[in-house]
Design a protein around this ligand. Sequence first.
Ligand code: MZP
Length: 504
Amino acid sequence: MAIIIDDVSHTFHEYLLLPGLTTKEHIASNVTLKTPIQRYNLKDGIRGHLNTPFVSAAMQAVSGPELAIALARKGGSAFIFCSQSIESQAQMVRKVKEHKAGFVESDSNLAPTATLGDALALRRKTGHSTIAITENGGRNTKLLGLLTSKDFWEYKDDLTQCVSGFYTPREKLVMAEEGVSLQDATNLLWKHKKECLPVVDKNGCLKFLVFRKDYFDHHSYPDELTDGRKRLVVGAALNTYDYMERASALVEAGVDCLCLDSSDGYSEWQAEAARQLRAKFGDKIVLGGGNIVSADAFRYMVEKAEVDFVKVGIGGGSICITREQKGIGRGQASAIMDVAHERNKYARETGIYIPICSDGGLNSDTQMIVALAMGADFVMMGKYFAMTEESPTAKISYRGRLYKPYWGEGSNRARNWQRYKQSEAAHLVFEEGVDAYVPYSGPLADKVEVSLVKLKSTMCNVGVLSLSEFHDKARLTRVSEMTVVEGGTSTVEMLDRMQPNSES
Ligand code: MZP
């Protein structure tokens, strides 16, 4: 007979945190959110880590290079999706690793024969007001000068004129040679009171632009997550089919962390892939696995697959219909509590700590805070990041509001059949994800900042200064439906929802 677990599957929404004693040292600036992402021996301390406990989902609509750069600058990491060719995934990783904070590759370049009208059209397209004038209008060719919005006036100047009469020629520019440090480049900007400093190679070809505004920008990212060579950290997903070839290309491109991406990772395929990857790359890579939702699956992942971290969550994703389609999954709070309990037991038995990641279904900052309190070391989010400016999709306007497309990896749009393994067929037989839209929420940095302020504030209420202390000391209570109602606004009128009084 089937085993019926005598337990209701719970979600994060059903819990509230109780405050603990807040002492005078419990202030946000004393809270650290540094968290492990790699298994470690408790007596040796943390190895691979994140500075912020957020990672982005390995999904086409979420984790491209632009988002990966923005998230690493806030201390987290993206997982570049694997439902694309090996070459294009490796290229995305390379783009993040080659990103030099403060050194921008110019995306607005024109030849000297272009017109002011061309310059205006380019400015509208890229949103950038500094245009590099190069020998043939390409990115890495000889720099002839810079054209900025101050050099012409679209309402006064004849836009059919050639830019050559307007741009500032290179002889009048302050420039630096390739290899200059960011510190020296910003010193030059400051000394000459310039907004932009072109960096050229020995042949005078344009390599980068350094902007004065980015100096302040750079200073506002104190949590930036970088590797030993000061390059931004980035992760990437793998499937259990072409994993050896894919991992080799990704490691070659400089990836920091890999994760086997499967809707159900409790499988011999995943254990075999993990063992082979470990045999080939050893400790050179951080390797995660998943997804799982139970204690026995956790044991399997750490003992048979020997992964560094385990991702928890089946069927809770905002675009996921796996539970409806196949009747499999578990409430995310129950899954995290069960796996975290087993993780702690394993740590007591072996002295080895395995970080766990709560993946999917986090619909608010409070849910992510509860996930971390219940024992998750970091959280993976798809919808949250798909809504931001830096996700790879274009914004659309609908009835006066901005939206971004967001689709599941198991939808017909992504066709990531390797993640779902529904049958022996090498294609998706039925959909496990939907193709939808999410409201646009602005730049990633601003959104993450608000979430982090809330998280730190809650931790101070609970009376803890680190995530491991949060795991140990958090006290949570189940809530009744009426408690949830009580927690919302009550018996007050929200001005924006008030109907005009028809009698007045
Ligand atoms: P969410 O943050 O949007 O709620 O969920 C993101 C997570 O949903 C991903 O990290 C992944 O584990 C899962 N996912 C991605 N695609 C699907 C699907 O098509 C899915 N069913 O469930």
